[in-house]
Design a protein. Structure first.
Length: 278
C-alpha cells in the first residue's frame, strides 16, 4: 500500500493458516497504532519509486559498511557517511564508495572560523562528494566561506546544507544551556534564512519545523529531516521527532531521515528523496 496499492491480496498464507485473513484484520488496528497510522489511506502512495533513498551508513569500520551495502544487489543507494565512519577510515572510505558507484552525503557538520571552514571545504570538494554540511550557528560569513571553498574552479560544487538545531536539542536546553532566549521554531527559521542568504541549498531541521522553513525560504529550499521514526521505534537521544504518517500529512520535505528500518523497507521508502538511518 505504501507503494500505491489500494488493496492487498493474501494468497499462499491461507494454505498454511486458513485463518490468516481473519488474523490480519484483527491485528491491523494494533499494528497501525504502533506505527502511528490513523487510517490506511494515509500510507497509500507514500512511497514513490524512482527517487533516491539516502542510507545512513553509521558504522564503525569499512568492513561493516561494505558488508551492509553488499546486501543491495539490485541498486547502488545514495549513502550518508557520518563522523564515526569518516574519522575511523578517512578519505579512503569516500573514494572506495564512489568507486563502487554510490552517491555520497558527507555529514561532518563543519563549524569553525570562516577561513578554516573555507579551506576544509576545498579539501572535501576534491573528494567528489555529492552533498555536505555545516552548522548554521557559524554565522552567514562562515557559511559564505564554506560555499566559496566548496566551489571548484570550473564552478561546480556539491550541494551544501546547514544544520539548524540538532534534533537532540529541546527548547528548554537551547534556552537554559545555550542562552538563546527566542523560541526554538523562530531560531530555526532564522538560521534557515541565514543559510539562504549565504547561498546554501537548504538546511537540516526536524520534521516539526520543515513547513515553517518552506514558508520562510520557499519550496525549492531543501529541508533534510532526521527524526522521522515509527511510533514504536527507539528515539535514542532525539527529542524533536514525528512518525512517517504524520510527516506525510504535514509538509513534504526534500529528504527524510528515518530510523530504524529493516533492510527490505529501504527499497520501498522513496519520497521526494528519503534518508534512511540504519
Amino acid at each position: 500500500m505504501m507503494a500505491g496499492a489500494t488493496a492487498v491480496q493474501v494468497g499462499a498464507a491461507n494454505l498454511v493458516d486458513p485463518y490468516a485473513c481473519k488474523k490480519i484484520i484483527e491485528d491491523l488496528p494494533t499494528v497501525c497504532a504502533d506505527l502511528g497510522i490513523d487510517k490506511l489511506s494515509d500510507v497509500i502512495g507514500v512511497v514513490k519509486m524512482g527517487k533516491d533513498v539516502i542510507v545512513a551508513c553509521d558504522f564503525a569500520s569499512a568492513e561493516a559498511t561494505f558488508a551492509f551495502l553488499d546486501k543491495f544487489t539490485e541498486e547502488k543507494p545514495f549513502v550518508k557517511i557520518g563522523m564515526e565512519l569518516y574519522y575511523a577510515e578517512g578519505p579512503s572510505i569516500v573514494r572506495e564508495l564512489k568507486k563502487r558507484g554510490h552517491k555520497i552525503f558527507l555529514d561532518l557538520k563543519l563549524h569553525d572560523i570562516p577561513n578554516t571552514v573555507k579551506k576544509s571545504m576545498a579539501v572535501l570538494s576534491r573528494l567528489d562528494v555529492d552533498m555536505t554540511n555545516v552548522h548554521a550557528a557559524g554565522t552567514v560569513e562562515m557559511m559564505e566561506a564554506a560555499l566559496e571553498g566548496l566551489t571548484r574552479p570550473d564552478g561546480t560544487r556539491p550541494l551544501l546544507i546547514a544544520v539548524t538545531q540538532l534534533t537532540s536539542t529541546s527548547e528548554e536546553r537551547m534556552q537554559k544551556e545555550l542562552l538563546i532566549n527566542a523560541n526554538i521554531n523562530d531560531t530555526i527559521v532564522q538560521y534557515a534564512k541565514n543559510a539562504k542568504t549565504a547561498g546554501l541549498d537548504g538546511v537540516v531541521c526536524s520534521p516539526l519545523e520543515a513547513g515553517m522553513v518552506k514558508d520562510a525560504c520557499g519550496k525549492a529550499f531543501m529541508t533534510v529531516t532526521p527524526g522521522v521514526r515509527f511510533a514504536d521505534g527507539d528515539l535514542g537521544d532525539q527529542v524533536r521527532v514525528t512518525t512517517p504518517a504524520k510527516q506525510r500529512r504535514s509538509v513534504p520535505t526534500t529528504l527524510w531521515w528515518v530510523a530504524p528500518l529493516p533492510l527490505p523497507m529501504t527499497r520501498w521508502l522513496r519520497t521526494d528523496a528519503a534518508a534512511v538511518n540504519l
